[in-house]
Write a protein that binds this ligand. Structure first.
Ligand SMILES: C[S@@+](CC[C@H](N)C(=O)[O-])C[C@H]1O[C@@H](n2cnc3c(N)ncnc32)[C@H](O)[C@@H]1O
Length: 252
């Protein structure tokens, strides 16, 4: 997979591209990340990338021409057209399903905005998608590009060890994940739920499912679509609705 990032701060990516899973993915050759400075696609002496908004108001807007020039260049530089994504707080929310879709693309181009954002005509004419990483406003699209990149890289088959661990993870089945414990057995007076020490795999599986359902119900009820739950899960939800069940130390 090739990911191209258009930015006004190429240096922002120097360390993240070497560290952690992104660094590993690049070293393994699972992903190639190329950073392009928007100013390199300007045509005037001052390398101007922004201008005042039509209609007045505070702040500057990223001009369309340098971005369009960069996208045309990238479109021709490698075979296969890239999937072009504009990062913007006005975009569709990024979620695990969209990350999965992006991770299946051979080429991805991420446009990082700045100031008041990008001239609307870029989104309309050049972008296949506009994505937001959350309901808050960043000062630039670079952290958002790194969020997308990190989430995508860990889904590439060569990069993360076990596919089972991904299946169980938060959001993969529409639920938040169950809680985890490791040694010591007692930490500052808090023990580990007895069921996890029992060695009974079926009880552990049931406890984890119940915890995942309970946590999701309590923290993100909007994620639960009752019509798509299995009868056993629905039974658990009814119990949780009746008596609450977020305490991990309660039995299965
Ligand atoms: C200060 S923001 C622009 C905010 C814009 N004026 C608005 O209110 O929608 C500058 C840039 O940061 C990036 N950005 C800010 N928040 C973001 C978010 N939640 N998700 C993705 N990108 C974001 C975008 O690339 C945006 O163009």
């Amino acid at each position: 997979m090739v990911v191209d990032i258009l930015t006004l701060s190429p240096g922002y990516f120097a360390s993240p591209l070497q560290e952690g899973l992104i660094g590993r993915g690049i070293r393994q050759g699972a992903i190639r990340v190329r950073i392009f400075h928007l100013r390199d696609f300007t045509s005037d002496r001052h390398r101007t990338v922004d201008d005042r908004p039509y209609g007045g108001g505070a702040g500057m807007v990223l001009k369309p021409e340098p971005i369009a020039r960069a996208l045309k260049f990238l479109g021709q530089a490698l075979p296969g057209p890239p999937h072009v994504v504009l990062l913007t707080p006005r975009g569709r929310p990024l979620d695990q399903m969209r990350v999965r879709e992006l991770s299946a693309r051979p080429r991805l181009t991420l446009i990082c905005g700045r100031y008041e954002g990008v001239d609307e005509r870029i989104g309309a004419a050049y972008c296949h998608d506009q994505l937001s990483i959350g309901d808050y406003v960043l000062s630039g699209g670079e952290p958002a590009a790194l969020v997308v990149l990190d989430a995508v890289v860990r889904l590439l088959p060569q990069v993360l060890g076990s596919p089972e661990s991904q299946v169980e993870e938060s959001y993969e089945d529409g639920l938040l994940e169950y809680p985890h414990y490791t040694r010591p057995r007692v930490f500052e007076g808090q023990g580990v739920p007895e069921v996890l020490l029992s060695g009974d795999h079926e009880r552990v599986r049931r406890w984890r499912r119940r915890q995942a359902l309970a946590r999701t119900w309590e923290i993100r009820p909007g994620l639960i679509r009752e019509e798509s739950l299995a009868p056993d899960d629905l039974k658990i939800i009814r119990e949780i609705q009746k008596c609450g069940l977020s305490d991990p130390h309660r039995g299965v």
